[in-house]
Design a binder for this molecule. Structure first.
Ligand code: LMR
Length: 395
């Protein structure tokens, strides 16, 4: 039956981890997947998460959750994303999701069913999985300009032209903050202009917020774009993930929400979200939802979490400065200013796929072939080796 099945290509991001694991060098460095590490290169379990886990330990939590997940968790998540920009939360349809990918997949399927003939507009570049998610949902895709290689910054004019030119009623996939892979976000003024134009053109904004807290270290500030759009009266969708900001990668915990016109509309939309979820995975896992709810519901634990997110964001910012300084001290002819200008977990280095291949083959340093460096994997012990390898391959 399966003799004709071809070998699938490696995933552009998770495939990097596979190659890294197969390398036997003791000095190997994995800067592929966006997963936070401490200064010793070790994965981190946040103290607030450990405490939440301690509090729920031994409780009865092996039952099924409802299709839409743990209600209190969903409510707290929606509040975290929308703040006071959404005065009436009963207008929000929301379900627990399998983290960012799961939220996007639900959105894509919902779009196919209830926004017929609409196209999803995806930024260039974007997280590689976005294309696959909407492709598998059978939604027509197009792209919009986002990053300008010449300036290593935002192509604001191109973006605005593309928003203007897209057929009214298109779905625009936006990264709420800490754009993956570029680390380039619009300024608050640019967001305001994008929001205004999208309202004029009648587009539906969908925010993928995988890094709330990682851009500025402040969760409220990082959902500023969503709140601007809400204050401008948009109906919009949001994907939230606790993989990065709570370090709960393997728990697959997130939320998917859509702001509707009324309570009645929200109830209908939410019922359809559940209809999408049920045949896909029945209902979401409970453990992560209980932990996140425990943190968000306890003011002290929540404050502790905010401080811990800020700590992660700050360590990454200091590594950006250190990597740039090391490259400059080595006498690199290139400008590495963009490493410190960009924000979030990634540095979009500008290195070519060939340079990335050489880094892996000669230096056992692994990253995605688009030259994206997961800054979360850089530390005081490996930064000098990384800088000298980057200097060598970019000479
Ligand atoms: C990444 O971009 O590295 C992360 O979002 C992890 C993933 O699932 O690709």
């Amino acid at each position: 039956w399966f003799s004709d099945v071809g070998m699938a290509p490696r995933d552009p991001i998770l495939g990097v981890t596979e190659k890294f694991l197969a390398d036997t060098s003791p000095d190997k460095i994995n800067l592929g997947v966006g997963a936070y590490r401490d200064d010793s290169g070790k994965p981190v379990v946040l103290d607030c998460v450990r405490e939440a886990e301690r509090r729920i330990a031994g409780k009865d939590f092996m039952e099924y959750l409802p299709i839409g997940g743990l209600r209190d968790f969903v409510t707290e998540s929606v509040k975290l994303a929308y703040g006071d920009a959404c005065p009436d939360l009963s207008n929000v349809a929301a379900v627990q999701s399998l983290s960012g990918t799961g939220s996007c997949r639900l959105m894509a399927e919902f779009q196919r069913r209830f926004m017929p003939h609409s196209t999803v507009y995806i930024p260039v570049p974007t997280w590689s999985n976005h294309h696959s998610i909407w492709r598998d949902a059978g939604v027509p895709q197009s792209t919009y300009r986002y990053y300008k290689p010449e300036t290593k910054g935002l192509d604001f004019e191109g973006l605005m032209e593309d928003v203007k030119a897209a057929p009214s009623g298109s779905l625009f996939l936006l990264h709420a903050c800490a754009h993956n892979p570029t680390g380039v976000d619009p300024t608050p003024e640019q967001w305001a202009a994008i929001s205004k134009l999208m309202a004029e053109r009648g587009h539906f904004p969908f925010f993928d917020m995988a890094y709330q807290g990682f851009a500025s270290g402040d969760c409220d500030k990082d959902s500023g774009a969503i709140r601007t759009f809400l204050r401008d009266g948009h109906r919009l969708g949001v994907s939230q993930s606790y993989a990065k900001n709570m370090g709960m990668y393997g728990q697959r915990i997130g939320a998917f929400s859509i702001v509707c016109d009324s309570k009645d509309e929200a109830a209908r939309v939410e019922s359809q979200m559940k209809l999408v979820a049920r045949p896909m995975y029945s209902n979401p896992p409970l453990h992560g939802a209980l932990m996140v709810k425990t943190i968000l519901r306890d003011p002290q634990l929540k404050a502790q979490w905010f401080a811990e997110v800020r700590g992660m964001a700050e360590r990454i910012i200091s590594m950006r400065a250190l990597l740039r300084r090391n490259l400059e001290q080595l006498g690199s002819q290139h400008s590495w200013k963009h490493i410190t200008d960009q924000i979030g977990m990634f540095a979009y280095s500008g290195m070519t796929p060939e340079m990335v291949d050489t880094l892996a083959a000669k230096h056992s340093i692994y990253m995605t072939r688009n030259g994206r460096i997961s800054m979360a994997g850089v530390n005081t012990k490996n930064v000098a080796r990384l800088a000298s390898a980057m200097h060598e391959v970019t000479k």
